[in-house]
Design a protein around this ligand. Structure first.
Ligand code: IMP
Ligand code: MG
Length: 182
């Protein structure tokens, strides 16, 4: 039996055309920084999959892909502070240029954990691209090297991001809120 879906409201925060324009700019900046070098894009599943797919095509560089999966939220929308590695890389990253591709930088716990894990494997360079940055939510001091958009402390879905596995396929980034009781 399907569980009842709580009523909710979607409001567009960043429309798809604006995302596309910003991803193109990020691609140009990253390509300039890694000019003439190969780059391994490491996407954090599942939220970053769509961002990685678009960013990769905006990069005029030799690029390969790999993916990791972690759980930090479970089925709640609050950070548990616990990061568990569900899927590790297939590739060896020693002496390679690595760009960690993340959907949202929120408390910073996930990225702090992943960056430490990857730094231990001694890549030549490790940089981080986050599509969204909720600056006001940070509990550990960490910054991305490339940020798409700074956003307010709202729960967002779409363009890869979910609430309980829903809404990932929305083209726009939308704010999800509980429907006003009426
Ligand atoms: P952090 O460890 O708190 O920085 O959490 C980062 C991860 O939490 C992101 O990669 C997302 O998967 C998830 N997350 C944080 N905020 C949101 C949101 O507004 N919508 C959907 N997922 C979110
Ligand atoms: Mg998520």
């Amino acid at each position: 039996m399907m569980l009842p879906v709580p009523p909710s409201r979607l409001e567009v925060l960043i429309p798809s055309q604006q995302i596309a324009a910003r991803v193109k700019e990020l691609g140009e900046t990253i390509a300039r920084d890694f000019a003439g070098q190969d780059l391994l894009l490491v996407g954090i599943l599942k939220g970053a999959a769509i961002f990685l797919a678009d960013l990769a095509r905006a990069l005029p560089l030799g690029a390969s892909f790999d993916f990791m999966a972690v759980s930090s939220y479970g089925r709640s929308s609050r950070s548990s502070g616990v990061v568990r590695l569900l899927k590790d890389l297939n590739e060896d990253i020693a002496d390679r240029n690595v760009l960690l591709v993340e959907d949202i930088l929120d408390t910073g716990l996930t990225l702090t954990y992943l960056r430490g894990l990857l730094e231990d494997r001694q890549p030549r360079q490790l940089k981080v691209a986050a599509l969204l940055d909720k600056v006001s939510r940070r509990v550990v001091p960490i910054q991305a090297d490339y940020v798409g958009f700074e956003i307010p402390d709202e729960f967002v879905v779409g363009y890869g991001m979910d609430f309980q596995e829903r809404y990932r396929n929305l083209a726009d980034i939308c704010i999800l809120s509980a429907r006003d009781p009426s």
